[in-house]
Design a protein around this ligand. Structure first.
Ligand SMILES: [Zn+2]
Length: 156
Protein backbone atom coordinates (compact mmCIF):
# COMPACT_ATOMS: atom_id res chain seq x y z
CA UNK A 1 0.00 0.00 0.00
CA UNK A 2 1.31 3.43 -0.81
CA UNK A 3 1.04 6.32 1.59
CA UNK A 4 0.08 8.67 -1.14
CA UNK A 5 -2.90 10.78 -0.21
CA UNK A 6 -5.96 10.05 -2.27
CA UNK A 7 -8.00 12.92 -3.61
CA UNK A 8 -11.30 11.62 -2.32
CA UNK A 9 -13.69 14.06 -3.92
CA UNK A 10 -12.71 15.42 -7.31
CA UNK A 11 -11.85 19.12 -7.38
CA UNK A 12 -14.36 21.45 -8.96
CA UNK A 13 -13.39 24.17 -11.40
CA UNK A 14 -15.92 26.70 -10.20
CA UNK A 15 -18.46 26.65 -7.39
CA UNK A 16 -18.96 26.37 -3.66
CA UNK A 17 -17.44 23.92 -1.20
CA UNK A 18 -19.01 23.50 2.22
CA UNK A 19 -16.25 22.14 4.42
CA UNK A 20 -15.59 21.32 8.08
CA UNK A 21 -19.09 19.93 8.51
CA UNK A 22 -19.19 17.80 11.68
CA UNK A 23 -19.79 14.20 10.58
CA UNK A 24 -23.53 13.53 10.47
CA UNK A 25 -24.58 17.14 9.80
CA UNK A 26 -23.84 16.82 6.06
CA UNK A 27 -27.07 14.99 5.34
CA UNK A 28 -29.08 17.76 7.01
CA UNK A 29 -27.28 20.39 4.95
CA UNK A 30 -27.96 18.32 1.83
CA UNK A 31 -31.68 18.44 2.69
CA UNK A 32 -31.49 22.25 2.82
CA UNK A 33 -29.76 22.33 -0.57
CA UNK A 34 -32.41 20.06 -2.06
CA UNK A 35 -35.14 22.49 -1.04
CA UNK A 36 -33.42 25.46 -2.71
CA UNK A 37 -35.10 25.96 -6.11
CA UNK A 38 -31.96 27.76 -7.34
CA UNK A 39 -30.06 24.49 -7.05
CA UNK A 40 -32.41 22.40 -9.16
CA UNK A 41 -30.34 20.41 -11.69
CA UNK A 42 -27.07 21.69 -10.18
CA UNK A 43 -24.47 18.91 -9.71
CA UNK A 44 -23.71 18.38 -6.01
CA UNK A 45 -21.16 15.95 -4.60
CA UNK A 46 -21.62 14.73 -1.04
CA UNK A 47 -18.89 13.08 1.00
CA UNK A 48 -19.21 11.61 4.48
CA UNK A 49 -16.82 10.74 7.28
CA UNK A 50 -13.56 12.10 5.91
CA UNK A 51 -10.59 12.43 8.21
CA UNK A 52 -10.13 15.91 9.62
CA UNK A 53 -7.41 17.27 11.89
CA UNK A 54 -9.85 19.74 13.36
CA UNK A 55 -12.93 17.55 13.83
CA UNK A 56 -11.80 13.93 13.75
CA UNK A 57 -14.25 13.13 10.99
CA UNK A 58 -16.12 15.51 8.77
CA UNK A 59 -18.59 15.68 5.91
CA UNK A 60 -18.12 17.81 2.80
CA UNK A 61 -20.31 19.10 -0.02
CA UNK A 62 -19.29 20.46 -3.40
CA UNK A 63 -21.78 22.46 -5.41
CA UNK A 64 -21.15 23.33 -9.03
CA UNK A 65 -22.77 26.74 -8.93
CA UNK A 66 -21.13 30.13 -8.44
CA UNK A 67 -23.22 31.27 -5.52
CA UNK A 68 -25.58 30.21 -2.78
CA UNK A 69 -28.51 32.41 -1.84
CA UNK A 70 -28.36 34.17 1.51
CA UNK A 71 -31.41 32.32 2.92
CA UNK A 72 -29.84 28.96 2.17
CA UNK A 73 -26.61 30.06 3.88
CA UNK A 74 -28.62 31.19 6.91
CA UNK A 75 -30.46 27.86 7.10
CA UNK A 76 -27.12 26.03 6.91
CA UNK A 77 -25.72 28.22 9.70
CA UNK A 78 -28.64 27.21 11.93
CA UNK A 79 -28.17 23.50 11.33
CA UNK A 80 -24.39 23.49 11.56
CA UNK A 81 -22.82 26.72 12.86
CA UNK A 82 -19.13 27.15 12.14
CA UNK A 83 -18.95 25.30 8.83
CA UNK A 84 -16.67 26.80 6.20
CA UNK A 85 -17.95 28.06 2.86
CA UNK A 86 -15.27 28.26 0.19
CA UNK A 87 -15.69 29.87 -3.19
CA UNK A 88 -13.76 28.17 -5.96
CA UNK A 89 -12.64 29.77 -9.23
CA UNK A 90 -10.33 27.98 -11.67
CA UNK A 91 -9.84 25.20 -9.11
CA UNK A 92 -8.51 27.67 -6.51
CA UNK A 93 -10.11 28.85 -3.26
CA UNK A 94 -10.75 32.58 -3.70
CA UNK A 95 -12.79 33.15 -0.55
CA UNK A 96 -13.25 31.26 2.69
CA UNK A 97 -15.73 32.16 5.43
CA UNK A 98 -16.87 30.42 8.58
CA UNK A 99 -20.61 30.95 8.89
CA UNK A 100 -22.47 31.70 12.10
CA UNK A 101 -26.22 32.04 12.60
CA UNK A 102 -27.63 35.57 12.39
CA UNK A 103 -28.76 37.20 15.66
CA UNK A 104 -32.15 38.00 14.12
CA UNK A 105 -33.81 35.11 12.33
CA UNK A 106 -36.41 36.64 10.04
CA UNK A 107 -38.87 34.20 8.50
CA UNK A 108 -36.51 31.24 8.72
CA UNK A 109 -38.34 29.10 11.32
CA UNK A 110 -41.95 28.46 12.31
CA UNK A 111 -43.05 29.11 15.89
CA UNK A 112 -44.40 26.03 17.66
CA UNK A 113 -46.75 27.89 19.95
CA UNK A 114 -50.27 27.49 18.47
CA UNK A 115 -51.38 30.69 20.20
CA UNK A 116 -48.53 32.76 18.74
CA UNK A 117 -49.61 35.68 16.54
CA UNK A 118 -47.05 34.60 13.92
CA UNK A 119 -49.11 31.40 13.46
CA UNK A 120 -52.41 33.20 13.06
CA UNK A 121 -51.67 36.39 11.16
CA UNK A 122 -51.29 35.58 7.46
CA UNK A 123 -48.34 37.29 5.85
CA UNK A 124 -46.64 38.11 9.15
CA UNK A 125 -42.97 37.13 9.04
CA UNK A 126 -41.73 35.02 11.93
CA UNK A 127 -38.96 36.56 13.99
CA UNK A 128 -36.69 34.78 16.44
CA UNK A 129 -33.59 36.00 18.20
CA UNK A 130 -30.66 33.74 18.96
CA UNK A 131 -31.01 33.85 22.73
CA UNK A 132 -28.59 31.06 23.60
CA UNK A 133 -26.11 30.30 20.78
CA UNK A 134 -24.19 27.80 22.91
CA UNK A 135 -27.23 25.53 23.27
CA UNK A 136 -28.75 26.46 19.90
CA UNK A 137 -31.79 28.07 21.49
CA UNK A 138 -33.92 30.82 19.98
CA UNK A 139 -36.70 32.99 21.39
CA UNK A 140 -39.80 34.04 19.45
CA UNK A 141 -40.06 37.83 19.45
CA UNK A 142 -43.87 37.66 19.40
CA UNK A 143 -44.76 35.12 22.11
CA UNK A 144 -41.38 35.18 23.93
CA UNK A 145 -41.18 31.39 24.15
CA UNK A 146 -37.78 29.76 23.83
CA UNK A 147 -37.14 26.69 21.65
CA UNK A 148 -34.27 24.56 20.45
CA UNK A 149 -33.55 25.38 16.80
CA UNK A 150 -33.89 21.76 15.76
CA UNK A 151 -37.41 21.40 17.17
CA UNK A 152 -38.71 24.14 14.85
CA UNK A 153 -39.67 23.54 11.21
CA UNK A 154 -37.81 25.61 8.65
CA UNK A 155 -39.63 28.03 6.36
CA UNK A 156 -38.52 27.35 2.82
ZN1 LIG B 1 -44.12 32.60 18.81
Amino acid sequence: MSNKKIQMIPKIECGIVIDHIPAGDGIRILEILQRDPGLKNVPITFGMNYQSNKLGTKDMLKIQKEDLCERTIQHISLVSPGVTIKRIRNFEVVEKVSIQPPIDLINLLKCLNPGCISQNEPGLKTHFVLSDPENKRVTCVYCEREFFINELSPII
